[in-house]
Design a binder for this molecule. Structure first.
Ligand code: RUB
Length: 330
């Protein structure tokens, strides 16, 4: 008999879906933790059964939110390690799963610390900095700059409709940083007074375009106009291998209820509502991406992808081409 996916694992998937666990890095670490728990909970007796089970858990986790590539990248990291196991012992498959999940979580936490060190070097004493949404990577840079003695002040957008900016101002205030909350629509008015913008990323495409919380591209546009530096803080597992193959990043559309009262909407059935959760900032609006491996121009995203995922891209590509009929060739 196959092992059922445990309540604890289903709960993590639900919390990601309902945004109780949110932010690309946290989602990725939660997915790794869920795979670890799933592996430890396996009660079946066969390797084939285990592989079917762990793949079902992987699919469940990946299906929770579509945009942040950190989620499938974390899951693929662990699955690819399992695929490479050559053993007839089920225990080996389980221990490799657990070790790979722990390794990913450890790597992810250290990556954010490295980003803090590298990024804070670009912050100057006295800087006024704007951030958007709630990004652990972006905040790690700001907090590290503050801790190293730079007298900075930070503006944080509310980030409607989910108000992640409220989390940001609380975290910055708790760290002792001088912080001011502003409505999203105040960004252009304030931009002239700012020195830098730092945001996080959900996905970085092969051409260096950055997918992040809705409104990010407006910040970038206003920053370009005012000649303010625009930085993105992103771990390398937020770079998307599928975009090398031309795949587009899916932008999550969230429920209308997040932006309008449903009673009102029912009373006015001809009103339509759209609530996209992310947008795309083109590379020409980005001065640098701060990764754990160093500060790179967005145009170097492809090189990061080839270095980090070279094998995965090739495998994917070979599989894709083997499925194409020869008839399309001239
Ligand atoms: C969160 C968001 C964050 C990135 C980066 O969106 O857009 O800027 O995920 O965050 P949501 P981090 O609240 O919809 O998940 O640096 O923490 O990974």
């Amino acid at each position: 008999m196959e092992t059922m996916i445990s309540r604890e694992v289903v709960d993590i998937a639900r919390e990601i879906k309902e945004m109780k666990i949110r932010g690309a890095g946290r989602i990725a670490r939660a997915a790794a933790k869920a795979l670890k728990i799933a592996a430890e909970n396996y009660r079946g007796k066969t390797i084939e059964g285990y592989l079917r089970y762990i793949n079902a858990v992987a699919r469940l986790l990946i299906s929770t939110r579509p945009t942040a590539v950190s989620l499938p990248n974390a899951v693929t990291y662990i699955l690819s390690r399992i695929e490479r196991v050559e053993s007839t012992s089920l225990a080996d498959y389980i221990s490799v799963t657990v070790a790979a999940a722990e390794e990913f979580i450890e790597y992810s936490k250290n990556a954010v610390k490295n980003i803090a060190l590298i990024g804070s070097g670009r912050i100057s004493d006295g800087d006024s900095i704007l951030t958007h949404c709630n990004s652990s990577a972006a905040l790690s840079v700001i907090i590290e700059a503050w801790r190293s003695g730079k007298k900075i002040q930070v503006y944080a957008t509310e980030t409607r409709p989910k108000y992640q900016g409220h989390i940001t101002v609380r975290q910055l205030a708790e760290a002792g940083v001088k912080v001011t909350l502003i409505p999203d629509s105040a960004v252009r008015l304030l931009m002239k007074k700012l020195d830098k913008v730092i945001v996080g990323a959900d996905t970085v495409a092969a051409n260096g375009a950055v997918v992040n919380k809705i409104g990010t591209s407006q910040l970038a546009l206003a920053a370009k106009e005012a000649n303010v530096d625009f930085f993105v803080a992103a771990e390398t597992y937020k770079f998307s291998p599928a975009t090398v193959l031309g795949e587009l990043v899916e932008i999550e559309e969230r429920p209308a209820a997040e932006v309008i009262d449903l009673e009102f909407l029912r009373a006015h059935p001809n009103i339509k509502v759209r609530n996209p959760a992310f947008d795309v900032t083109p590379p020409e609006y980005i001065d640098a991406i701060i990764t754990e491996r160093g500060l790179i121009p967005p145009q170097a995203a492809y090189l990061v992808l080839v270095k980090e995922y070279g094998w995965a891209i090739t495998d994917h590509y070979l599989k894709a081409t083997s499925e194409i009929s020869d008839e399309i060739l001239p």
